[in-house]
Design a protein around this ligand. Structure first.
Ligand SMILES: *Cc1c(COP(=O)(O)O)cnc(C)c1O
Length: 359
């Protein structure tokens, strides 16, 4: 069978070393070891070290594990918001983050722009009562990214509010400055190319203080996955529940592989593949780049309008050559394609892809 390239933005193609690491994990009984054993603690510590190096996480930030990014939305709101949160919404994922805040009974405000658009910093007005500002750094449904400079500007404008960053379909691509936000989270089935079922939640001591403050006020901030419970366990390299041990192991191994390659090299390749793809979409008679403002064009999830309105046709043709493209999200299913540009996808894969698209 010839190779199939999954250019879907999650779940995505596995990172190219994952098969090897899964085999090793089975040989060394990783799925059977106790999560209260020293072997597990060493594994957690290894994954923590590798992630800190890859993402440049400073020592005043803590790393804990959840089941998904969807869970992170709930945990972030429960643990960091008493009454008011503010949300930048420009697609389905950022909207769900907002919806969770509403569902949890918070007084959530949103600033919403059209799909395909980013935010003009000057029109963002966060009222004083908002305790948390929620930013989706890479809106996977529309391929719009939030520039890192804007994150820094937001931080300096609103130093008192906590800032949460959903970075699911971006890490490890963005060169984040952790001084520009208080918490960041992601799941592993996108850029890390791992099987789904693990979320990573990174937060600083301001978040710890806030969660403890809410708890002291008698607010319900969750049970086994409340921030203080996750943190006290993580300090012993443990987790409250029996976690996804296999994925924690695999994440450590893949992060180590990525560190060996260096985050900088991954960024360079990602940029090359993105430039190539955006260029060829612009040249294509039946395609058009969806995100018009270059500053907001995602490098890791590239979205194109299919002018004929028949995305299926184009996707089927690509599939004949082994390329599985992502469909448009939600209502854009028939009129758009989404192309994942993740670390596992080689330059050669993308050179071949743009040739196939042009056929
Ligand atoms: C995929 C995605 C999520 C949800 O991730 P799960 O692992 O399915 O919970 C959240 N936010 C963004 C931006 C995403 O791309």
């Amino acid at each position: 069978m010839s190779k199939t390239y999954f250019l879907t933005p999650g779940p995505a193609e596995l990172y190219f070393t994952v098969e090897h690491h899964i085999k090793e994990a089975l040989k060394t009984h990783v799925p059977s070891i106790s999560h209260r054993s020293q072997t597990f603690r060493d594994m957690f510590a290894h994954t923590d070290t590798q992630l800190r190096q890859l993402l440049n996480v400073p020592s005043n930030f803590h790393i804990v594990f959840l089941s998904s990014a969807t869970e992170a939305w709930e945990r972030v709101i429960q643990n960091l918001v008493h009454t008011h949160s503010y949300h930048l919404v420009n697609g389905s994922f950022s909207r769900k983050f907002y919806d969770f805040a509403v569902e949890l009974g918070k007084n959530a405000q949103k600033y919403e722009v059209e799909e395909g658009e980013g935010f003009d910093l000057d029109s963002i007005e966060v009222a004083h009562e908002n305790e948390l500002i929620c930013v989706t750094q890479n809106e996977t449904s529309t391929g719009v990214s939030f520039p890192l400079d804007d994150l820094a500007a937001l931080r300096s404008r609103y130093p008192d509010a906590l800032i949460a960053v959903d970075a699911v379909s971006a890490v490890p691509y963005p060169e984040f400055d952790f001084n520009t936000f208080d918490t960041l989270f992601f799941s592993v089935q996108k850029c890390f190319g791992l099987p789904a079922g693990l979320g990573v939640w990174i937060f600083n001591d301001r978040c710890v203080a806030k969660a403890n403050e809410l708890k002291a006020k008698g607010l319900h901030i969750g049970t086994y996955h409340a921030l203080p419970a996750l943190l006290s366990n993580a300090k012993k390299w443990e987790t409250p529940e029996t976690p996804n041990v296999l994925n924690i192991y695999l994440l450590g191994k893949v992060a180590e592989d990525m560190n060996r390659r260096t985050a900088q090299a991954i960024r360079h390749e990602t940029n090359y593949k993105a430039v190539l793809t955006y260029y060829h979409i612009a040249q294509h008679p039946d395609l058009e780049v969806f995100v018009k403002n270059e500053k907001h064009q995602s490098k890791t999830v590239i979205v194109a309008n299919v002018l004929s309105g028949n995305a299926k046709n184009l996707m089927n043709k690509a599939k004949e050559y082994g390329f599985v493209l992502g469909a448009g999200y939600g209502k854009n299913k028939d009129s758009q394609i989404r192309i994942a540009n993740f670390p596992t996808h080689s330059k050669e894969t993308f050179e071949k892809l743009v040739e196939v698209l042009a056929l």
